[in-house]
Structure formats: structure tokens, C-alpha cells
Design a protein around this ligand. Structure first.
Ligand SMILES: Cc1cc2nc3c(=O)[nH]c(=O)nc-3n(C[C@H](O)[C@H](O)[C@H](O)COP(=O)(O)O)c2cc1C
Length: 208
């Protein structure tokens, strides 16, 4: 496959065959993930490859619980069907043969660090830049493309993070590390079509 075939062929996959994944494939996929650029080359990412069924079921249970708890918030009572609808997009990871938990270490730009060191406030607008999250996301994208190249399906998942602190406890992720995303991975058991994309004219602006 050439580069375009990889980028155009990848889809989010939510149904997987039960076949276990060879360790060497996961090691190679993570090696490719870590070729991503990162702010100050800090490489503030870690990956936990979970295939233990008990652990995956415990992860599903805490996510289900967090969603159920949300339906009991009085202000959200009328949103119950919508909230329960999110569930199907949040818990299927437990049926995958493996889930890769991507963790990140918070990182601030050197200029923000200097400001904080001297008791100056960090400009609120800059917070959106989050170089740590951008770096980790670049690695996650490499991961999904490398997995596809090697015949595996993946889906990038943030909705289970409704139960982030419980998931961090199960996975023994300790401060300053935080769980950033979950990526189920396995041989695809579905062939979804391409989801539409906004036309280039809508998302591209030239300043000449
Ligand atoms: C940051 C991020 C979070 C996502 N979270 C979820 C999720 O929690 N559950 C899910 O089923 N899909 C999730 N997705 C997958 C998107 O729904 C999917 O990428 C999008 O619909 C486009 O489809 P495609 O990946 O097949 O091109 C997420 C994608 C990204 C980039």
C-alpha cells in the first residue's frame, strides 16, 4: 500500500475478530506511533496494551456505571435516551481482543513554564494549544495508520473517559501521567464505508 492508500483506506472499526494479536506486531505499531513529532521532542506518551479479558470487562463496567450515573443527574433526566445512546459508542472496546490505552504526561511550552516560574499568569488563550495533547494525538494517528497498514482495524475513543479516574485506577496510571485515549485494535469484522468529509473549499483558506 502506498501512503494515500493507507490514509484513504483507514476506517474506524468497532467490531473485531477474536484472534489474539502477536506481540511483535504491537511493538512495531507502537514503534511507528513514536515516530510522530512531539513538542521539544518530549515524547510525553506511554502505551498500555491490554488483552486481559478480566481487565477489559472491569473497564467496561466502570464506563457503563459512569453513564448510568449521568442519567441520574436530575438536570439531565430528560436527556436519558440520548445519554444511553452514547453507551454503544463507549463500551464496545471490551469485545476487542486488545485495547491500547494511550497515556500522556502534561507538558507546558517553555515560555509558559517561564511565566509560571516567575508567578505570572499563563495567557488563557494559549491553553487551547495544549502541545502535549497535540503531540500525543500525532502518535495516535500514526498508530491507527500503522495498524491499518498491517491489516488491523482500530478506533480512536475518548467517550469512555467519562470514567477516566476509575479507568486510571484499574490501569494503575499514576500522576503526573493521565489517560488520554483508548484504541481498541484487532482484525476487522466489519467493512464500513467512508464517512463523509467537509469539502476542501470549506476547510481551507489561503492568505496570499
Ligand atoms: C478524538 C477522537 C475521539 C473519538 N471518540 C470515539 C468514541 O468514543 N467512540 C467511537 O465509537 N468513535 C470515536 N471516534 C471515532 C470517530 O467517530 C470517527 O473517527 C469519525 O466518525 C470518522 O470516521 P472514520 O474514522 O471511519 O473516518 C473518535 C475519533 C477521534 C479523533
Amino acid at each position: 500500500m502506498d501512503f494515500l492508500e493507507v490514509v484513504q483506506g483507514r476506517r474506524s472499526i468497532r467490531r473485531f475478530k477474536p484472534n489474539p494479536l502477536p506481540r511483535k506486531d504491537i511493538e512495531e505499531i507502537i514503534r511507528i506511533a513514536t515516530l510522530a513529532p512531539s513538542a521539544s521532542n518530549r515524547q510525553m506518551w506511554r502505551f498500555i496494551a491490554i488483552s486481559n479479558k478480566d481487565v477489559l470487562l472491569r473497564m467496561r463496567a466502570v464506563v457503563e456505571q459512569a453513564i448510568e450515573d449521568m442519567t441520574r443527574i436530575p438536570e439531565l433526566a430528560r436527556e436519558r435516551p440520548k445519554i444511553l445512546g452514547f453507551k454503544s459508542f463507549s463500551v464496545f472496546m471490551a469485545d476487542a481482543p486488545m485495547v491500547i490505552a494511550v497515556c500522556g504526561e502534561p507538558y507546558r511550552s517553555s515560555t509558559d513554564e517561564l511565566r509560571l516560574l516567575h508567578g505570572l499568569p499563563v495567557e488563557p488563550g494559549r491553553a487551547w494549544a495544549r502541545p502535549d495533547i497535540q503531540s500525543i494525538s500525532a502518535a495516535v494517528q500514526n498508530l491507527t495508520l500503522a495498524a491499518y497498514y498491517k491489516g488491523y482495524g482500530t478506533v480512536w475513543m475518548t467517550s469512555p473517559l467519562i470514567a477516566a479516574s476509575e479507568l486510571e485506577k484499574i490501569l494503575r496510571i499514576r500522576e503526573p501521567w493521565r489517560l488520554v485515549t483508548l484504541v481498541p485494535i484487532g482484525i476487522p469484522d466489519e467493512r464500513p464505508g467512508m464517512r463523509s468529509r467537509k469539502p476542501v473549499e470549506e476547510v481551507l483558506q489561503f492568505i496570499e
